[in-house]
Design a protein around this ligand. Structure first.
Ligand SMILES: *[C@@H]1O[C@H](CO)[C@@H](O)[C@H](O)[C@H]1NC(C)=O
Ligand SMILES: *[C@@H]1O[C@H](CO)[C@@H](O)[C@H](O)[C@H]1NC(C)=O
Length: 550
C-alpha cells in the first residue's frame, strides 16, 4: 500500500530526548499530526538499515495492465500452437496436417474471444465516455478511481507532514534568530528582521499533495524606526495587481535616512520608493552570511544549505541526519522576505516570470494575502460540516492537473500549469464555496462538487475572467478584514495575462481531463510514469533551472 507511510522508528535514546520537545511543540502549533509522533510504536525489530531519503517511494503499486496482458497471452499461445503445428506438419502427411488445423483455429478463436471479453471488463471502469460529462451508470466507478488516486498518490500522511513541519519550524527559527541578531550590527538605519516568520502555502492549509517536501515561509522585515511603508496600487504604471511602496518618515524626511534610501530605494515620480529587487538582494546576502553559524549549531540534527538565484527568494535545503527523525525526507523551504503592511498582509517581490511593465519594475511589489486566505479557510472550516470535502476536491484537482500536464506537448504543457496554477484553483474554490450552502460540500457529494468546480473553472476560462478574490472585492465575508485601500483597489483578473486561444485550449483539456479521469489516472500512474517523481519540488526545479550566480 503506497498510501501508508512508514511508522515512527527511533534508533537511539539520545535522539529521542533531543527530538521530543520539537515534536511536542509542533503538535501544539499545528493542532494534530506531529503531536502523536513520540508515542507511535516502533515498527518491527528496530535497528534496521537507515531509511532512504524519501519514504514516498516506499511502495509504488505495480498493477498488471489487462489491456496489454491479454493480447500478449493470445499472441504467445498462438505462436506456440503454430510451432507445434509446424513440427507435426513436418513429420506427418498433408492430410493429417489439414485435420490438425481445425482444433488450432478453434483454440485461437476461443482465446481471441477471451481477450475481447477481458478488454471489455477492464475498460468498463473508465475510458473516454461519449456525450455528457458523466454518465449516471459510471459515477460509482469514477468516484472509486478518484478515491483510490487520492489515497495512494495525493494524500500526505499527517504523521510525516507533522515531522516535516516541526523540523522546518525548528531550523527556520534558528536561522531567523541568527539573522535578526546579526542585523542589529550595521546600525538602526538599515533593514532588519522582525524576528518571527509566517508559515504559508498548501502545507499549512491542509491541501498539500504528494510529499511534504516543499514549504513557503514569509520572513517579515522591519524598516528603520520612524519610517513607515505606504503601499499604493500601481495602476498608473500599467500593472494590475502590483503595488508600489512609498515611504513616510514621521516628522519629515530628514537627511539621516539618506544611507537607507541609497541602499534600498528607487526614485519614482520624484519620490523615494522601496525597491523589491534591492530588498531581495540584501536579504539573500544577509541569510548567506548567517548560515555558517546556524549550520554549525544544527549539525547534529541536519545538514542545511541555501540556494540563491537572482530575482527569486532564497531556498533553504534541509537534509535531516539519519538518527534525528524517523521520516527522512529532504525539504526545500522558500524563505520569502516580506514587508508587513497591516494585519496579516505583506508585500513580496513579484515573481520574475510575470511580464513586468517597463518603468521601474524593481519598484513593484505583489500583495501576499496568504495569511488572510488561511483565516478564510479556517472560517469556512468552522461553517462547513465536519466531513466537508472542499480541500479534498482541491487536492484531487491539483493531482489531475499534474497528471494531465505530463502527457501534454511542451509549449502547451507549461502554459497548462501556469493557467491552472494552484492559486487559480484555490480562487475558484473560494468563489464556489461562498456561493452555495456549505452543507452541499459534505463528503458524500465529492463527485458532484468536483464536477461543479471543473465546470466553474471551464466557464471562467471561456469567459477569460477569474477575479482576484481579495483585491477590490467589496462583499467579502466579515471573517476577512481588509484595509480600505485593498477593498477599494481596482479588481484584478487573474487570467488577464494569457491569450484567448490558450484559455480555450485549457478549458477544452480541462473538461477532457475530467471526463477521462479514471483513464488518465491509470495511464500515468503506471510504474513507468511513477519512477521519475511526478512533480519534483517546485523550489528545487526552479533552483536548478537558474543556477546560482553569486
Ligand atoms: C503568497 O506567497 C505564496 C508563497 O510564495 C504563494 O504561494 C501565494 O500564491 C502568494 N499569494 C499571492 C496572492 O500572490
Ligand atoms: C467577493 O466575495 C464574495 C464572498 O463574500 C464572493 O462570493 C465573491 O465571489 C467575491 N468576488 C470575487 C470577484 O471573487
Amino acid at each position: 500500500q503506497a498510501g501508508v507511510r512508514p511508522p515512527c522508528r527511533r534508533r537511539r535514546g539520545r535522539g529521542e530526548a533531543a527530538a521530543r520537545p520539537a515534536l511536542g511543540a509542533a503538535g501544539a502549533e499545528e493542532g494534530g499530526g506531529g503531536g502523536g509522533a513520540g508515542r507511535s510504536p516502533p515498527a518491527g525489530p528496530g535497528g534496521g538499515p537507515p531509511r532512504g531519503p524519501s519514504p514516498r517511494r516506499a511502495g509504488p503499486v505495480y498493477t498488471v495492465n489487462l489491456r496489454v496482458l491479454w493480447p500478449l497471452a493470445t499472441a504467445f499461445c498462438t505462436a506456440l500452437l503454430c510451432l507445434y503445428q509446424a513440427l507435426r506438419g513436418g513429420a506427418a502427411g498433408e492430410g493429417a496436417a489439414e485435420a490438425g488445423s481445425v482444433p488450432l483455429l478453434k483454440g485461437s478463436a476461443l482465446l481471441l474471444l477471451g481477450c475481447l471479453l477481458a478488454r471489455c471488463c477492464g475498460g468498463a471502469g473508465g475510458g473516454p465516455r461519449p456525450g455528457g460529462v458523466r454518465l449516471a451508470g459510471s459515477a460509482g466507478a469514477q468516484r472509486e478511481a478518484l478515491e483510490r488516486f487520492y489515497a495512494r498518490q495525493l494524500r500526505v500522511s499527517p504523521h510525516v507532514l507533522g515531522h516535516s513541519k516541526a523540523h522546518v519550524g525548528r531550523v527556520v527559527a534558528e536561522l531567523v534568530r541568527a539573522a535578526k541578531v546579526q542585523g542589529l550590527q550595521p546600525g538602526p538605519l538599515a533593514l532588519s528582521l522582525r524576528g518571527d516568520f509566517v508559515r504559508i502555502g498548501s502545507a499549512y492549509e491542509q491541501h498539500k499533495v504528494r510529499s511534504p517536501d516543499c514549504f513557503d515561509i514569509l520572513v517579515p522585515l522591519r524598516l528603520p524606526p520612524h519610517l513607515e511603508p505606504q503601499p499604493r496600487c500601481a495602476e498608473r504604471l500599467g500593472s494590475h495587481g502590483a503595488f508600489v511602496c512609498g515611504l513616510r518618515a514621521r516628522g519629515g524626511w530628514p537627511r539621516r535616512y539618506r544611507p537607507f534610501a541609497e541602499g534600498f530605494c528607487v526614485e519614482l515620480q520624484g519620490r523615494c520608493h522601496l525597491s523589491s529587487a534591492l530588498v531581495l538582494r540584501w536579504f539573500q546576502g544577509h541569510l548567506q552570511r548567517c548560515l555558517g553559524a546556524v549550520r554549525y549549531r544544527l549539525q547534529e540534527r541536519c545538514r542545511i544549505s541555501l540556494s540563491v538565484c537572482p530575482g527569486r527568494p532564497p531556498v533553504l535545503h534541509i537534509v535531516p541526519c539519519s538518527d534525528y527523525v524517523c521520516c527522512h525526507i529532504s525539504m526545500a523551504v522558500r524563505l520569502i522576505p516580506a514587508i508587513p503592511i497591516g494585519d496579516a498582509l505583506y508585500l513580496t517581490a513579484l515573481p520574475p516570470a510575470d511580464p513586468l511593465p517597463t518603468p521601474a519594475p524593481e519598484a513593484l511589489w505583489g500583495l501576499n494575502a496568504s495569511r488572510q486566505e488561511q483565516r478564510l479557510l479556517s472560517w469556512l472550516k468552522e461553517q462547513a460540516p465536519a466531513s466537508s470535502c472542499h480541500l479534498k476536491c482541491l487536492q484531487i484537482l491539483k493531482g489531475l492537473r499534474d497528471l494531465r500536464g505530463q502527457g501534454l506537448e511542451e509549449p502547451f504543457s507549461s502554459q497548462w500549469g501556469r493557467v491552472l496554477s494552484s492559486y487559480v484553483l484555490k480562487t475558484a474554490l473560494f468563489s464556489l464555496l461562498l456561493q452555495g450552502p456549505l452543507e452541499a460540500w459534505d463528503e458524500r457529494f465529492l463527485l458532484e462538487r468536483l464536477e461543479d468546480l471543473v465546470l466553474y473553472l471551464r466557464d471562467c476560462l471561456r469567459k477569460q475572467v477569474l477575479m482576484h478574490f481579495f483585491l477590490g472585492n467589496t462583499s467579502l465575508p466579515e471573517a476577512v478584514a481588509l484595509p480600505r485601500f485593498l477593498k477599494e483597489a481596482t479588481p484584478v483578473n487573474l487570467l488577464a495575462a494569457f491569450d484567448g486561444l490558450m484559455l480555450d485550449l485549457t478549458a477544452f483539456q480541462l473538461i477532457n481531463t475530467w471526463i477521462q479521469a479514471p483513464h488518465i489516472i491509470r495511464m500515468y500512474s503506471s510504474p513507468r510514469y511513477l519512477r521519475p517523481m511526478p512533480t519534483p519540488c517546485r523550489h528545487v526545479t526552479e533552483a536548478r533551472q537558474e543556477p546560482a550566480e553569486e
